[in-house]
Design a protein around this ligand. Structure first.
Ligand code: PMP
Length: 419
Protein backbone atom coordinates (compact mmCIF):
# COMPACT_ATOMS: atom_id res chain seq x y z
CA UNK A 1 0.00 0.00 0.00
CA UNK A 2 1.17 3.57 -0.63
CA UNK A 3 2.55 5.63 2.23
CA UNK A 4 -0.33 7.58 3.77
CA UNK A 5 -0.04 11.35 3.84
CA UNK A 6 -0.34 12.35 7.49
CA UNK A 7 0.86 15.91 7.05
CA UNK A 8 -2.66 17.22 7.65
CA UNK A 9 -2.17 16.50 11.35
CA UNK A 10 0.99 18.54 11.69
CA UNK A 11 -0.34 21.33 9.51
CA UNK A 12 -3.80 21.74 10.98
CA UNK A 13 -3.69 20.44 14.54
CA UNK A 14 -2.82 22.80 17.34
CA UNK A 15 0.29 22.16 19.36
CA UNK A 16 -1.84 21.10 22.31
CA UNK A 17 -0.66 17.72 23.56
CA UNK A 18 -2.60 15.15 21.64
CA UNK A 19 -2.47 11.41 21.59
CA UNK A 20 -2.17 11.33 17.81
CA UNK A 21 1.16 13.04 18.19
CA UNK A 22 2.26 11.02 21.20
CA UNK A 23 1.68 7.90 19.17
CA UNK A 24 3.05 8.68 15.72
CA UNK A 25 0.61 6.69 13.63
CA UNK A 26 -2.97 6.92 12.37
CA UNK A 27 -5.40 4.38 13.79
CA UNK A 28 -8.24 2.95 11.78
CA UNK A 29 -10.03 0.13 13.58
CA UNK A 30 -10.12 -1.71 16.88
CA UNK A 31 -11.56 -4.70 18.60
CA UNK A 32 -11.19 -6.09 22.10
CA UNK A 33 -7.79 -5.10 23.49
CA UNK A 34 -6.30 -4.30 20.07
CA UNK A 35 -6.08 -1.24 17.85
CA UNK A 36 -5.06 -1.40 14.24
CA UNK A 37 -3.21 1.39 12.44
CA UNK A 38 -3.80 2.39 8.86
CA UNK A 39 -0.48 0.75 7.85
CA UNK A 40 -1.73 -2.58 9.22
CA UNK A 41 0.32 -2.61 12.46
CA UNK A 42 -1.57 -4.00 15.46
CA UNK A 43 -1.22 -2.41 18.89
CA UNK A 44 -2.17 -3.89 22.23
CA UNK A 45 -4.09 -1.23 24.13
CA UNK A 46 -3.04 -0.69 27.76
CA UNK A 47 -4.68 2.74 27.73
CA UNK A 48 -8.31 1.94 26.86
CA UNK A 49 -9.46 5.47 26.12
CA UNK A 50 -8.11 6.72 29.47
CA UNK A 51 -10.58 4.39 31.15
CA UNK A 52 -13.49 4.93 28.75
CA UNK A 53 -13.23 1.41 27.28
CA UNK A 54 -13.33 -0.91 30.30
CA UNK A 55 -15.12 -3.55 28.18
CA UNK A 56 -12.69 -3.22 25.27
CA UNK A 57 -13.11 -1.85 21.74
CA UNK A 58 -16.28 -2.80 19.88
CA UNK A 59 -17.28 -5.25 22.57
CA UNK A 60 -19.52 -7.77 20.75
CA UNK A 61 -22.29 -7.78 23.40
CA UNK A 62 -22.54 -4.00 23.37
CA UNK A 63 -22.13 -3.79 19.60
CA UNK A 64 -25.05 -6.08 18.88
CA UNK A 65 -27.28 -4.15 21.33
CA UNK A 66 -26.34 -0.93 19.55
CA UNK A 67 -26.82 -2.35 16.04
CA UNK A 68 -30.26 -3.73 16.97
CA UNK A 69 -31.23 -0.36 18.43
CA UNK A 70 -30.15 1.60 15.37
CA UNK A 71 -31.77 -0.94 13.04
CA UNK A 72 -35.08 -0.49 14.87
CA UNK A 73 -34.97 3.32 14.45
CA UNK A 74 -34.46 3.81 18.17
CA UNK A 75 -34.32 7.43 19.39
CA UNK A 76 -30.82 8.84 19.06
CA UNK A 77 -31.26 12.36 20.37
CA UNK A 78 -33.85 12.63 23.13
CA UNK A 79 -32.88 15.65 25.25
CA UNK A 80 -34.79 15.17 28.51
CA UNK A 81 -37.62 13.18 26.99
CA UNK A 82 -38.65 9.99 28.69
CA UNK A 83 -37.51 7.24 26.38
CA UNK A 84 -37.58 3.47 26.56
CA UNK A 85 -33.77 3.39 26.36
CA UNK A 86 -33.46 5.75 29.32
CA UNK A 87 -36.02 3.84 31.38
CA UNK A 88 -34.26 0.54 30.72
CA UNK A 89 -30.92 2.02 31.69
CA UNK A 90 -32.33 3.38 34.96
CA UNK A 91 -33.91 0.03 35.79
CA UNK A 92 -30.71 -1.82 35.02
CA UNK A 93 -28.60 0.62 37.04
CA UNK A 94 -30.92 0.24 40.04
CA UNK A 95 -31.20 -3.56 39.72
CA UNK A 96 -27.54 -4.38 38.99
CA UNK A 97 -25.66 -1.63 40.78
CA UNK A 98 -27.54 0.33 43.44
CA UNK A 99 -29.80 -2.28 45.03
CA UNK A 100 -27.23 -5.06 45.53
CA UNK A 101 -24.98 -2.51 47.28
CA UNK A 102 -27.77 -1.09 49.41
CA UNK A 103 -27.21 2.34 47.88
CA UNK A 104 -29.96 4.90 47.52
CA UNK A 105 -28.94 7.56 45.05
CA UNK A 106 -30.88 9.80 42.71
CA UNK A 107 -29.47 9.78 39.20
CA UNK A 108 -28.88 12.95 37.23
CA UNK A 109 -27.74 13.19 33.61
CA UNK A 110 -25.53 16.27 33.81
CA UNK A 111 -24.28 16.42 30.22
CA UNK A 112 -22.11 14.25 28.00
CA UNK A 113 -18.75 14.05 29.76
CA UNK A 114 -16.97 13.68 33.07
CA UNK A 115 -16.37 17.37 33.55
CA UNK A 116 -20.13 18.01 33.20
CA UNK A 117 -20.70 15.60 36.05
CA UNK A 118 -18.18 17.41 38.23
CA UNK A 119 -19.81 20.77 37.44
CA UNK A 120 -23.21 19.44 38.50
CA UNK A 121 -21.71 17.99 41.69
CA UNK A 122 -20.05 21.29 42.65
CA UNK A 123 -23.17 23.32 41.84
CA UNK A 124 -25.39 20.94 43.81
CA UNK A 125 -23.05 20.97 46.84
CA UNK A 126 -23.08 24.76 46.87
CA UNK A 127 -26.85 24.97 46.52
CA UNK A 128 -27.50 22.37 49.24
CA UNK A 129 -25.11 23.85 51.81
CA UNK A 130 -25.35 27.52 50.93
CA UNK A 131 -21.55 27.52 51.20
CA UNK A 132 -19.12 28.18 48.38
CA UNK A 133 -15.65 26.78 48.72
CA UNK A 134 -14.52 23.26 47.92
CA UNK A 135 -11.56 21.31 49.27
CA UNK A 136 -9.54 19.37 46.75
CA UNK A 137 -6.24 17.50 46.82
CA UNK A 138 -2.81 18.06 45.32
CA UNK A 139 -2.47 16.42 41.91
CA UNK A 140 -6.24 15.97 41.61
CA UNK A 141 -7.77 15.98 38.14
CA UNK A 142 -11.46 16.75 37.76
CA UNK A 143 -11.92 18.19 34.27
CA UNK A 144 -11.33 21.07 31.91
CA UNK A 145 -14.41 23.28 32.34
CA UNK A 146 -13.71 26.24 34.58
CA UNK A 147 -15.44 24.93 37.72
CA UNK A 148 -13.87 21.49 37.53
CA UNK A 149 -10.56 23.09 36.59
CA UNK A 150 -10.70 25.18 39.76
CA UNK A 151 -10.57 22.02 41.86
CA UNK A 152 -7.90 20.42 39.68
CA UNK A 153 -4.60 20.44 41.59
CA UNK A 154 -2.33 20.87 38.59
CA UNK A 155 -0.96 24.31 37.74
CA UNK A 156 -0.05 23.30 34.17
CA UNK A 157 -3.66 22.42 33.37
CA UNK A 158 -4.80 25.68 34.97
CA UNK A 159 -2.28 27.91 33.24
CA UNK A 160 -3.87 31.07 31.90
CA UNK A 161 -7.39 30.17 33.02
CA UNK A 162 -7.49 33.14 35.37
CA UNK A 163 -9.21 33.46 38.73
CA UNK A 164 -10.67 30.09 39.75
CA UNK A 165 -14.47 30.06 39.55
CA UNK A 166 -14.64 27.99 42.69
CA UNK A 167 -12.71 28.97 45.79
CA UNK A 168 -10.77 25.81 46.35
CA UNK A 169 -8.48 24.91 49.21
CA UNK A 170 -5.88 22.49 47.90
CA UNK A 171 -4.73 19.95 50.45
CA UNK A 172 -1.16 18.75 50.09
CA UNK A 173 -2.20 15.85 52.26
CA UNK A 174 0.62 13.37 52.66
CA UNK A 175 -1.56 10.54 53.88
CA UNK A 176 -3.02 10.35 50.41
CA UNK A 177 0.38 9.30 49.24
CA UNK A 178 0.92 6.34 51.51
CA UNK A 179 1.85 8.23 54.67
CA UNK A 180 2.37 6.20 57.79
CA UNK A 181 -0.27 7.69 60.06
CA UNK A 182 -4.01 8.27 60.03
CA UNK A 183 -3.51 11.75 61.46
CA UNK A 184 -6.34 14.08 60.47
CA UNK A 185 -5.43 16.76 63.00
CA UNK A 186 -3.69 18.94 60.48
CA UNK A 187 -6.63 18.75 58.07
CA UNK A 188 -9.01 19.48 60.95
CA UNK A 189 -6.97 22.52 61.97
CA UNK A 190 -7.15 23.89 58.43
CA UNK A 191 -10.91 23.42 58.40
CA UNK A 192 -11.21 25.15 61.78
CA UNK A 193 -8.97 28.05 60.87
CA UNK A 194 -11.76 30.58 60.50
CA UNK A 195 -9.44 33.22 61.97
CA UNK A 196 -7.55 33.28 58.67
CA UNK A 197 -10.72 33.82 56.73
CA UNK A 198 -11.29 30.26 55.58
CA UNK A 199 -15.01 29.67 55.39
CA UNK A 200 -16.32 26.22 56.00
CA UNK A 201 -16.29 24.44 52.64
CA UNK A 202 -19.39 23.11 50.95
CA UNK A 203 -17.68 19.90 49.97
CA UNK A 204 -14.50 17.88 49.67
CA UNK A 205 -13.89 16.34 46.25
CA UNK A 206 -11.61 13.32 46.05
CA UNK A 207 -10.51 10.54 43.70
CA UNK A 208 -9.92 7.26 45.57
CA UNK A 209 -7.04 6.68 43.14
CA UNK A 210 -5.71 9.70 41.32
CA UNK A 211 -5.46 8.61 37.69
CA UNK A 212 -4.06 11.64 35.90
CA UNK A 213 -2.22 12.62 39.10
CA UNK A 214 0.03 9.56 38.93
CA UNK A 215 -1.81 6.51 40.33
CA UNK A 216 -1.88 7.84 43.89
CA UNK A 217 -3.87 5.34 45.91
CA UNK A 218 -5.88 6.51 48.92
CA UNK A 219 -5.91 3.85 51.61
CA UNK A 220 -9.30 2.64 52.88
CA UNK A 221 -8.62 3.88 56.43
CA UNK A 222 -7.78 7.30 55.08
CA UNK A 223 -11.00 7.40 53.06
CA UNK A 224 -13.00 6.33 56.11
CA UNK A 225 -11.36 9.07 58.16
CA UNK A 226 -12.14 11.62 55.48
CA UNK A 227 -15.77 10.51 55.26
CA UNK A 228 -16.15 10.69 59.06
CA UNK A 229 -14.57 14.14 59.18
CA UNK A 230 -16.94 15.40 56.48
CA UNK A 231 -20.01 13.88 58.16
CA UNK A 232 -18.97 15.42 61.47
CA UNK A 233 -18.82 18.91 60.03
CA UNK A 234 -21.71 18.67 57.57
CA UNK A 235 -19.32 18.98 54.65
CA UNK A 236 -20.46 17.00 51.62
CA UNK A 237 -18.15 14.30 50.34
CA UNK A 238 -17.91 14.07 46.55
CA UNK A 239 -16.12 11.02 45.15
CA UNK A 240 -15.07 11.63 41.55
CA UNK A 241 -15.35 8.14 40.08
CA UNK A 242 -15.13 9.25 36.45
CA UNK A 243 -11.94 7.26 35.85
CA UNK A 244 -11.87 4.78 38.76
CA UNK A 245 -15.56 3.82 38.66
CA UNK A 246 -17.25 1.16 36.50
CA UNK A 247 -14.99 -1.57 37.89
CA UNK A 248 -11.56 -0.12 37.17
CA UNK A 249 -10.32 -0.83 40.71
CA UNK A 250 -12.33 -4.07 41.07
CA UNK A 251 -15.75 -3.24 42.55
CA UNK A 252 -18.18 -1.18 40.46
CA UNK A 253 -17.62 1.92 42.63
CA UNK A 254 -14.03 2.55 43.69
CA UNK A 255 -15.13 3.70 47.16
CA UNK A 256 -16.59 0.28 48.01
CA UNK A 257 -13.12 -0.76 49.15
CA UNK A 258 -13.53 1.59 52.13
CA UNK A 259 -17.19 0.84 52.88
CA UNK A 260 -18.08 4.53 52.68
CA UNK A 261 -21.13 6.14 51.09
CA UNK A 262 -20.23 9.49 49.52
CA UNK A 263 -22.93 12.15 49.40
CA UNK A 264 -22.31 12.75 45.69
CA UNK A 265 -20.64 10.54 43.08
CA UNK A 266 -19.56 11.42 39.54
CA UNK A 267 -19.42 8.76 36.81
CA UNK A 268 -18.59 8.95 33.11
CA UNK A 269 -15.96 7.35 30.80
CA UNK A 270 -16.94 3.64 30.91
CA UNK A 271 -20.55 4.05 32.03
CA UNK A 272 -21.73 4.13 28.40
CA UNK A 273 -19.39 1.21 27.83
CA UNK A 274 -18.87 1.57 24.10
CA UNK A 275 -16.93 4.80 24.10
CA UNK A 276 -20.09 6.85 23.62
CA UNK A 277 -20.27 10.03 25.72
CA UNK A 278 -22.38 9.63 28.84
CA UNK A 279 -22.16 10.92 32.40
CA UNK A 280 -24.07 10.54 35.64
CA UNK A 281 -24.13 12.52 38.84
CA UNK A 282 -25.46 10.47 41.75
CA UNK A 283 -26.57 12.06 45.00
CA UNK A 284 -28.36 11.11 48.18
CA UNK A 285 -32.12 11.70 47.76
CA UNK A 286 -32.25 14.32 50.53
CA UNK A 287 -29.83 16.46 48.50
CA UNK A 288 -32.28 16.82 45.61
CA UNK A 289 -32.79 20.57 45.74
CA UNK A 290 -32.85 21.04 41.98
CA UNK A 291 -35.77 22.94 40.51
CA UNK A 292 -37.01 21.66 37.14
CA UNK A 293 -34.82 23.00 34.35
CA UNK A 294 -32.18 24.33 36.72
CA UNK A 295 -29.42 22.24 35.17
CA UNK A 296 -29.84 21.35 31.52
CA UNK A 297 -27.97 20.81 28.27
CA UNK A 298 -28.69 19.69 24.72
CA UNK A 299 -26.76 16.44 24.92
CA UNK A 300 -28.04 15.26 28.30
CA UNK A 301 -29.18 11.74 27.77
CA UNK A 302 -27.41 10.00 24.92
CA UNK A 303 -29.89 7.25 24.03
CA UNK A 304 -27.49 4.99 22.08
CA UNK A 305 -25.18 5.23 25.14
CA UNK A 306 -28.11 4.23 27.39
CA UNK A 307 -28.50 1.13 25.24
CA UNK A 308 -24.82 0.11 25.40
CA UNK A 309 -24.68 1.02 29.11
CA UNK A 310 -27.67 -1.23 29.82
CA UNK A 311 -26.10 -4.09 27.85
CA UNK A 312 -22.82 -3.66 29.79
CA UNK A 313 -24.52 -3.59 33.19
CA UNK A 314 -26.77 -6.56 32.43
CA UNK A 315 -23.94 -8.62 31.00
CA UNK A 316 -21.02 -7.75 33.28
CA UNK A 317 -22.53 -6.59 36.56
CA UNK A 318 -25.27 -9.08 37.40
CA UNK A 319 -22.59 -11.15 39.22
CA UNK A 320 -19.10 -10.63 40.59
CA UNK A 321 -17.02 -12.44 37.93
CA UNK A 322 -15.66 -9.21 36.41
CA UNK A 323 -14.65 -7.88 39.82
CA UNK A 324 -12.81 -11.09 40.68
CA UNK A 325 -10.96 -11.29 37.36
CA UNK A 326 -10.05 -7.59 37.55
CA UNK A 327 -8.46 -8.06 40.96
CA UNK A 328 -6.61 -11.18 39.79
CA UNK A 329 -5.26 -9.42 36.70
CA UNK A 330 -4.25 -6.42 38.81
CA UNK A 331 -2.32 -8.77 41.06
CA UNK A 332 -0.58 -10.23 38.00
CA UNK A 333 0.58 -6.77 36.90
CA UNK A 334 1.60 -5.92 40.44
CA UNK A 335 3.85 -8.99 40.65
CA UNK A 336 5.67 -8.14 37.42
CA UNK A 337 6.04 -4.50 38.45
CA UNK A 338 7.26 -5.49 41.92
CA UNK A 339 9.93 -7.68 40.29
CA UNK A 340 11.01 -4.74 38.15
CA UNK A 341 11.26 -2.48 41.17
CA UNK A 342 13.37 -5.13 42.98
CA UNK A 343 15.62 -5.41 39.95
CA UNK A 344 16.17 -1.75 39.15
CA UNK A 345 17.03 1.25 41.30
CA UNK A 346 14.67 4.19 41.18
CA UNK A 347 11.66 2.11 40.10
CA UNK A 348 8.62 1.45 42.30
CA UNK A 349 5.00 0.48 41.84
CA UNK A 350 1.52 1.31 43.15
CA UNK A 351 -2.03 0.68 42.07
CA UNK A 352 -5.37 -0.96 42.78
CA UNK A 353 -7.22 -3.43 40.56
CA UNK A 354 -6.57 -2.68 36.89
CA UNK A 355 -5.02 0.73 37.37
CA UNK A 356 -1.35 0.04 38.02
CA UNK A 357 1.61 2.41 37.87
CA UNK A 358 5.29 1.80 37.31
CA UNK A 359 6.94 4.80 38.92
CA UNK A 360 10.36 6.11 37.86
CA UNK A 361 12.41 8.45 40.06
CA UNK A 362 13.72 9.88 36.80
CA UNK A 363 10.62 11.05 34.86
CA UNK A 364 12.40 10.94 31.49
CA UNK A 365 12.65 7.17 31.84
CA UNK A 366 8.88 6.63 32.02
CA UNK A 367 8.41 8.52 28.77
CA UNK A 368 11.20 6.51 27.14
CA UNK A 369 9.72 3.21 28.29
CA UNK A 370 6.38 4.16 26.69
CA UNK A 371 8.20 5.11 23.49
CA UNK A 372 10.00 1.75 23.30
CA UNK A 373 6.75 -0.07 24.12
CA UNK A 374 5.04 1.68 21.21
CA UNK A 375 7.78 0.48 18.86
CA UNK A 376 7.01 -3.07 20.03
CA UNK A 377 3.25 -2.65 19.50
CA UNK A 378 2.02 -1.61 22.94
CA UNK A 379 0.09 1.54 23.82
CA UNK A 380 0.71 2.80 27.35
CA UNK A 381 0.58 6.37 28.68
CA UNK A 382 2.43 8.28 31.34
CA UNK A 383 0.74 10.21 34.13
CA UNK A 384 1.76 12.20 37.21
CA UNK A 385 2.89 15.81 37.59
CA UNK A 386 6.20 15.12 35.80
CA UNK A 387 4.99 12.25 33.62
CA UNK A 388 7.00 9.97 35.87
CA UNK A 389 4.50 7.12 36.02
CA UNK A 390 3.76 4.52 33.34
CA UNK A 391 0.05 4.07 33.97
CA UNK A 392 -1.63 0.87 32.86
CA UNK A 393 -5.38 0.95 32.22
CA UNK A 394 -6.01 -2.13 30.07
CA UNK A 395 -9.59 -3.13 29.24
CA UNK A 396 -11.03 -5.16 32.14
CA UNK A 397 -11.88 -7.79 29.53
CA UNK A 398 -8.25 -8.32 28.49
CA UNK A 399 -7.17 -11.97 28.41
CA UNK A 400 -4.34 -13.31 30.57
CA UNK A 401 -2.29 -14.02 27.44
CA UNK A 402 -2.73 -10.48 26.15
CA UNK A 403 -1.81 -9.11 29.56
CA UNK A 404 1.33 -11.24 29.74
CA UNK A 405 2.31 -10.23 26.21
CA UNK A 406 2.03 -6.53 27.05
CA UNK A 407 3.82 -6.94 30.38
CA UNK A 408 6.76 -8.69 28.73
CA UNK A 409 7.10 -5.75 26.31
CA UNK A 410 7.08 -3.35 29.25
CA UNK A 411 9.57 -5.42 31.24
CA UNK A 412 11.98 -5.50 28.31
CA UNK A 413 11.61 -1.78 27.72
CA UNK A 414 12.24 -1.07 31.40
CA UNK A 415 15.33 -3.29 31.40
CA UNK A 416 16.67 -1.49 28.34
CA UNK A 417 16.15 1.96 29.85
CA UNK A 418 17.29 1.16 33.39
CA UNK A 419 20.14 -1.28 32.80
N1 PMP B 1 -12.56 13.39 36.67
C1 PMP B 1 -11.59 12.47 36.56
C2 PMP B 1 -11.15 11.74 37.78
C3 PMP B 1 -11.00 12.20 35.31
O1 PMP B 1 -10.01 11.30 35.22
C4 PMP B 1 -11.45 12.91 34.18
C5 PMP B 1 -10.87 12.65 32.80
N2 PMP B 1 -9.57 12.22 32.73
C6 PMP B 1 -12.46 13.86 34.34
C7 PMP B 1 -13.00 14.07 35.59
C8 PMP B 1 -12.98 14.66 33.18
O2 PMP B 1 -13.70 13.86 32.33
P1 PMP B 1 -13.94 14.31 30.80
O3 PMP B 1 -12.60 14.31 30.15
O4 PMP B 1 -14.87 13.27 30.25
O5 PMP B 1 -14.58 15.64 30.85
Amino acid sequence: SSTPDNSVFTNLESEVRSYSRTWPTVFSSASGSWLRAEDGTEYLDFFAGAGALNYGHNNPVLKSALLDYVASDGITHGLDMSTVAKREFLHSFRRNILEPRGLDYKVQFPGPTGTNSVEAALKLARKVTGRESIVNFTNAFHGMTLGALSVTGNSMKRAGAGVPLVHATPMPFDNYFDGATEDFHWFERVLDDSGSGLNRPAAVIVETVQGEGGVNVARPEWLRGLAALCADRQILLIVDDVQMGCGRTGPFFSFEVAGITPDIVTLSKSIGGYGLPMALTLFKPELDVWSPGEHNGTFRGNNPAFVTATAALDHYWSGDALQRSTLAKGQRIHQIFANLSDQFDGVSTRGRGLVQGLVFDDPGKAVKVCGLAFDEGLLAETSGPSDEVVKLLPPLTITDDELDHGLSILAEATAKICA
